[in-house]
Ligand binder design. Structure first.
Ligand SMILES: [Fe+2]
Length: 225
């Protein structure tokens, strides 16, 4: 089995807010992680089971309820990380900056969490997932790079980027994060957290040409702020 054949990767559009959930796993060990498992835990576990994959955890791009479930103000989203740990033997991987916020929003216990630093690797079977800290949409937003796939949460969408006007948002940090992502190789394929673009995915080569936020961030390299 070669390197790429071992990767199990699936994009799932779910819920009323055009969210994308991802299943990332190892074909060899039949284990997978779910990225941002909100809206319908049973449906996501059924998808994994149909593929003969065992869910062993979740990766959190950021702690907004449409990605992790739970409540924020009057906003309540079903499913999510708390329901997942009740139904599967799963640990929840989150950037350390948002760990306490995630517990507050979802009711998770500390023992459910794996707190991560920028640049950490998460292994599932033979598949290695790199965590890239990309603050801006929220302080602990992170993207996941696995082989040539970038799972970008609400940091980068096809031809757009995440909002920076919500609590914890920071335009300057977003610009810096977009500059970081803009350095990824041409053939890396952006897999966003919402289906907001003309296409569900796009290459970074395409995004450097067509995404106005990436273009602006690249133009301002070295500019005084
Ligand atoms: Fe968000």
């Amino acid at each position: 089995m070669n390197h790429n054949e071992d990767l199990y990767f699936r994009q799932v559009r779910i819920g009323p807010m055009q969210n994308f959930v991802y299943l990332i796993g190892s074909q060899r060990t039949r284990e997978c992680l779910i990225v941002d498992p909100a809206w319908d835990t049973d449906a996501l576990l059924a998808l994994a089971a149909q593929a003969d994959m065992r869910v062993v955890g979740a990766l959190v791009t950021h702690y907004h309820p449409d990605h992790v479930g739970g409540t924020m103000g009057a906003f309540e989203v079903p499913g999510g990380v708390a329901e997942l740990v009740g139904k599967a033997d799963a640990r929840i991987h989150v950037n350390k900056i948002e760990a306490d916020g995630l517990k507050k929003i979802t009711g998770l216990a500390e023992s459910d969490l794996v707190r991560h630093e920028a640049g950490d690797l998460v292994e599932v079977g033979d598949v290695s997932i790199q965590l890239i800290h990309t603050p801006g949409h929220t302080p602990g937003s992170q993207c996941f790079l696995v082989r040539n796939k970038l799972v970008a949460g609400d940091t980068l969408f096809v031809d757009a980027c995440g909002r920076v006007d919500l609590p914890g948002g920071d335009p300057a940090q977003m610009e810096e994060s977009l500059r970081t992502l803009a350095k990824l190789p041409d053939d890396v394929v952006l897999h966003p957290g919402h289906d907001y673009g003309q296409t569900p995915t796009a290459t970074m080569a395409e995004q450097r040409n067509t995404n106005p936020y990436i273009r602006m961030a690249m133009r301002r390299v070295g500019a005084a702020r």
